[in-house]
Ligand binder design. Structure first.
Ligand code: ATP
Length: 244
């Protein structure tokens, strides 16, 4: 019997292609996301980062390829069932319901828990992780600041206790200080909730400081993969994405 134990990746993307109508966007994209780590996806505007996350979440159908979540083939699983299987997406801009309270927005993140003790307990746990939301539970989400709104969007995604959290440019519209706070909260979450994270970010210096692994997407293709440390010291990455 072998003594080495292979851990199944949390996510395997194999030869994924998709597009809009007859316009191809992703071309044969393959990468693995190991369990419990933060993986960054970087790339220029229009590289296909949002399309990639949306396809993994099941919001856009793949034209070919395979998606494995913790060893299970989810390629043909509808979006809602992917959420039930442990996958959560925080879309760009958070997409909260502005005329609903913070608490109601959180409840929508785990409607399957019902409005009973399970829901109350999860909201209490989430408010411990995001104290800023605890104070604002009865406030309309539309009245939150940009940073609070993003915290609320991440908190809503965490309500369903996902195993894989995907975030699409969470720092958009945030100050450098708020970005730092948000990314540090996400790092803490990854550590404390045994969470695997895939984060798409334009703030490359900041995201490479928190991630362990990184992939660079260019014109719908993975052009470079490595550790975040390798990315930080790569001359091309520095010049293209880090303004050095
Ligand atoms: N709904 C859509 N219909 C048609 N084309 C789209 C649609 N959404 C995106 N595209 C195109 O697909 C390509 C990839 O877009 P995508 O939003 O995935 O890139 P991105 O890397 O997330 O860019 P950004 O950093 O600007 O958000 C772009 O050429 C874009 O114009």
């Amino acid at each position: 019997m072998s003594t080495t134990q292979q851990t199944v990746p949390m996510l395997e993307v194999r030869g994924l292609s998709t597009g809009y109508g007859n316009i191809p966007v992703l071309h044969d994209v393959s990468f693995e996301v190991p369990q419990g780590k933060v993986t960054a996806v970087i790339g220029a505007n229009g590289a296909g980062k949002t399309t990639l996350l949306s396809t993994i979440a099941g919001l856009i159908p793949a034209t070919s390829g395979q998606l494995m979540l913790d060893g299970t083939d989810i390629s043909r699983t509808p979006a809602a069932s992917r959420t039930a299987a442990g996958l959560a997406l925080v879309p760009e801009g958070g997409r909260l319901f502005p005329f609903m309270t913070v608490r109601e927005n959180l409840e929508l993140g785990a409607y399957s828990l019902g409005r009973d003790a399970g829901m109350r307990q999860r909201i209490a746990e989430i408010c411990e992780i995001f104290p800023v939301l605890a104070e604002r539970q009865s406030q309309m989400a539309g009245h939150l600041s940009g940073g609070e709104r993003q915290m609320c969007a991440v908190a809503r995604a965490m309500m369903s206790r996902p195993r894989l959290l995907m975030l699409d440019e969470p720092s958009v519209g945030l100050s450098p200080l708020m970005t730092e706070r948000l990314l540090s909260t996400i790092s803490d979450l990854a550590a404390s909730e045994a969470l695997t994270v895939v984060i798409v970010e334009q703030r490359v210096t900041e995201v490479l400081a928190m991630a362990e692994l990184a992939h660079m997407l260019d014109h719908g293709r993975i052009m470079k993969s490595g550790t975040a440390g390798e990315f930080r010291t790569d001359r091309m990455i520095q010049e293209t994405y880090m303004g050095r």
